[in-house]
Design a binder for this molecule. Sequence first.
Ligand SMILES: [Zn+2]
Length: 432
Amino acid sequence: MPNNRIWADMLGLDRAVVEGVVFDEDAGGLVASVRPKAREAGRCGVCRRRCPGYDAGRGRRRWRALDAGTLMVWIEADAPRVACREHGVTVAGVPWARHGAGHTRDFDDQVAWMATRMAQTTACRLLRIAWPTVGSIITRVGADIDAVHDRLAGLRRIGIDEISYKKGQKYLTIVVDHDSGRLVWAAVGANTATLRAFFDQLGPDRAGELTHISADAAPWIALVCDQSAPQAARIADPFHIVKWATEELDEVRKGLWRTIRRSEGTTRDHRDKRISKTEALSIKRSRWALWKNPENLTERQAAKLDWIAKTHPVLHHAWALKEGLRTVFRLGGEAGVDALDRWLKWAARCRIPGFVRLGQRVRAQREPIEASLRSGLSNGLIESTNTKIRVLTRMAYGFKSPETLIALAMLALGGHQPDLPGRPSTNPPTQE
Ligand SMILES: [Zn+2]
């Protein structure tokens, strides 16, 4: 090759010297032989300190680099070992790749950038790698980011939640910063030990700075928060409370549907049977009309709600109770606290067993709900958190290990991302 400098520029190797580039038939791509520039050579792969040489290691090594046009490219170099005072005998670090990686740093960064922005299959096809490889790449890119950014710095108002990432009681505990909207912590498991690990990492000083903690009503979250950050106001998550009401409403609807269907069998009259069949079907199909916020109903759904009001007063009553609870949170502030008081009385005497029970459940959470209504923590902040949680669960598909899911989630929602190689940085300057 006449101009190895151009190759070095093209491969983004500003701290290495290209010795030659050949087409390798077997590999089906280009192989660039390189060596680190003198000041980059002989450094420990872990700490990058200069160390005495140890031996030649296991000879030449290859790293997959970004493609050149349609061709795949590998970088090939010696992989000598050095003797580090701290890390012992280790393979010398190279400026173009992370320690122990089989891909160049640029390749890694591009993979990490793509993994959060496009579908699995698209990214894999474009990059010509398998999904498990994407997993190990984002895990090491994530570790790199963690080493530089302290995600737990300056936390004041946080949200804690448990999310199911797989069928069969597989949960992650996640912590979100309400002020930045970022995911700041995630770990496998959903119990006191999991959450204690978060507070251990946070440390007592920073835990003492927390002012608000929003969470669902899980007792283990309440327990750990009361022990580790007793000064922080515990705030009920409106999303979860309203969800309880929605679930209860659905039980009422299903119960009604079953009653109507049972009565079908006993009716001999052909016309009656047809009517009840239609009725059962109507109830069955009313799910969305009952679930959706009234302002979002389509005309047909609104008509269905009118029909329910006229024909099935109990179901309509249950719907009104659900909407009432939603209104409590929509009002917020003192008006919300007053509305909650009225709602609790209403639920207590509504004579729909499920909603009487719901009333008791809500009453047990009265303090965190009132704190939620009175705090400046807006519903919108908590809802955006919940949207993020749903994004997370969708990401879970196709990953075998939850640690990989966590690495991807931190990349996507943690606020720090590697930049695309060769483009100006889009990350805000680090404030630490
Ligand atoms: Zn070292």
